[in-house]
Design a protein around this ligand. Structure first.
Ligand code: HEM
Length: 502
């Protein structure tokens, strides 16, 4: 025996102290030359504050240095606030890959395409980019227009039912975006009941995917993750059913009206092309998007990943857009004027892609909104192997490395007075030329598929709202305080009153 005189307690305490020392030692080793607390709170690190993230704490962390770190339990996390380092993380797929929380695979499904990397990811993604071309985006505008009409009526009715007293509209903005996604993805294949149900429940999926979760909670009834998983399964089943209905309809020669129609059409064109080539025909025109066949389950799951990617970010952008434009009648007035002008004075004229392209001011407002309140403030990545990030610092294998979007978008050198909402910087200023700072949609092989879709839908929504409804923001002392719930929201949930515009 090495410790003949030790009792059990002495042994336990010694092992415990050795573990604490090991935990501190590996933290200090991983930290190397970058900024971070000198010591770690034993084992758990700043776990409690990670459970309730505060925006001010992120600001402080970014300000602490271009690279900084924390360690929560066994996870070592490196935050990159520097724009160029962030680009390096986004664009080094051999060293780092996007890293959703571990529970995401249980909720979305391990086979979902977003978990692919390298060549297979690029190949899958190539087929999907065909669904976001200008031509395809134009196809989706009519179903989207109907969603705006329905939901603006609902907003007005909700305010009326509330006696024209202010009420938080954040939940309503989540709903309109969920409906917008469901209709854009599935057109009329999805029932209004299903849209309303998904819109009501989807925030439970977001809640389940919080950065920090209690292990195994997915199997424990009535926990957040358990509820999130059940909702996700129901949504997936509904989406798979819609995919089957779409295939049957498109086989009958229908015109595409939504994303799955476009996707299935591309599959049909590709199948036709392949069989003609196989039959030895020559001079057959190759389809622009040559893809394989996808099963109903794959289609359902891919649309689920779109809904998941879009829901929080789009709801955040919508909330700030309505809040800020209500506070800035000068800006709203110009948006209204421009939208009426492109419709030749007829406010009922449906929105077209060509209108969007000609609306300089509305475009500037959307870009400024996305810069001023970027919905995605950072994107977690995982170091697949030791990742030499700078000449003096290498991210250890297995660590999380988080490129930040917010600091680049609030960099005073690129955007003078960055904390002022100023659409003019995109018209008379040089904001447009600061392409390296434009990290709203990430960068590199996993950047957002919807970087054109988002400004288009936001412009369509706010243009129509400006023409058809009036809304008043009842600011509270918490309106400018930022709540982090996956993305950024005003702490007071955006109290508004909507009325019909005469
Ligand atoms: C305001 C709205 C949105 C913002 C700010 C936003 C931003 C982002 C960001 C920052 C990323 C990570 C990029 C990276 O790792 O480099 C991302 C990825 C993604 N986004 Fe968006 N997004 C928005 C809306 C949408 C919508 C509406 C869709 C689909 C219809 C969508 C689909 C995706 C997909 C599929 C990915 C993952 C791409 C991949 O892994 O290859 N996003 N988005």
């Amino acid at each position: 025996m090495y410790f003949p005189d030790w009792n059990g307690w002495q042994l336990v305490i010694t092992i415990f102290l050795i573990l604490i020392a090991y935990d501190q030692f590996s933290y200090i080793k991983n930290k190397g030359s970058i900024v971070g607390p000198m010591f770690k709170i034993p084992f758990m690190g700043p776990f409690i504050s990670a459970l309730y993230p505060k925006f001010e704490e992120y600001l402080a962390q970014w300000a602490s240095g271009p690279l900084s770190c924390i360690s929560v339990f066994h996870k070592f996390v490196v935050l990159a606030s520097d724009r160029d380092i962030a680009h390096k993380v986004f664009k080094s797929p051999t060293y780092a890959e996007p890293c959703l929380v571990p529970i995401a695979k249980d909720i979305i499904g391990t086979s979902a395409w977003v978990f692919l990397t390298g060549k297979v990811h690029a190949e899958y993604r190539r087929g999907l980019t065909g669904l976001f071309t200008n031509k395809a985006l134009s196809v989706y505008l009519p179903v989207q227009e109907k969603v705006y009409t329905d939901y603006f009526d609902k907003f007005v009715a909700a305010s009326k039912a509330n006696g024209l007293k202010p009420m938080g509209f954040m939940g309503h903005f989540r709903e309109i975006n969920c409906a917008l996604s469901c209709r854009t993805f599935f057109g009329d294949y999805i029932s209004q009941d299903a849209v309303t149900r998904i819109a009501d429940d989807f925030y439970l999926v977001t809640a389940a995917l919080e950065l920090v979760n209690v292990p195994f909670s997915i199997h424990v009834p009535f926990t957040k993750t358990w509820r999130g998983k059940r909702i996700a399964d129901t949504v997936l089943a509904e989406f798979t059913k819609c995919a089957a209905a779409c295939k049957a309809n498109m086989e009958s020669g229908a015109e595409p009206t939504c994303i799955v129609d476009e996707w299935v059409l591309h599959m049909m064109e590709s199948k036709n092309y392949n069989s003609r080539i196989a039959a030895g025909e020559e001079g057959v025109e190759k389809p622009t998007n040559l893809i394989r066949e996808f099963t109903n389950e794959e289609i359902g799951q891919t649309m689920f990943t779109f809904l998941f990617a879009s829901q929080d970010a789009s709801s955040s952008a919508t909330t700030w857009l309505f809040q800020i434009l209500a506070q800035r009648p000068d800006v709203l007035g110009r948006v209204r004027e421009e939208n009426l002008a492109v419709r030749n004075g007829d406010r009922n004229r449906p929105f077209k892609l060509s209108m969007f392209e000609s609306m300089t001011y509305t475009n500037a407002v959307i870009k400024e909104l996305l810069r001023y309140r970027p919905p995605v403030i950072f994107v977690p990545y995982l170091a697949k192997k030791s990742f030499p990030l700078t000449s003096t610092y290498t991210v250890p294998k297995g660590a999380m490395v988080i490129p930040s979007c917010y600091p680049a978008l609030h960099d005073a050198e690129a955007y003078p007075n960055p904390d002022v909402f100023d659409p003019e910087r995109w018209i008379t200023g040089d904001a447009e030329s600061k392409t390296k700072n434009w990290l709203v949609f990430g960068a590199g092989p996993h950047d957002c598929l919807a970087r054109k879709y988002v400004p288009l839908t936001m412009a369509a929504m706010i243009g129509k709202a400006a023409l058809e409804v009036d809304w008043v923001h009842h600011a509270t002392r918490r309106s400018e305080e930022i709540r982090v719930f996956a993305t950024l929201f005003p702490m007071d949930e955006c109290p508004l009153v909507f009325t019909t515009r005469m």
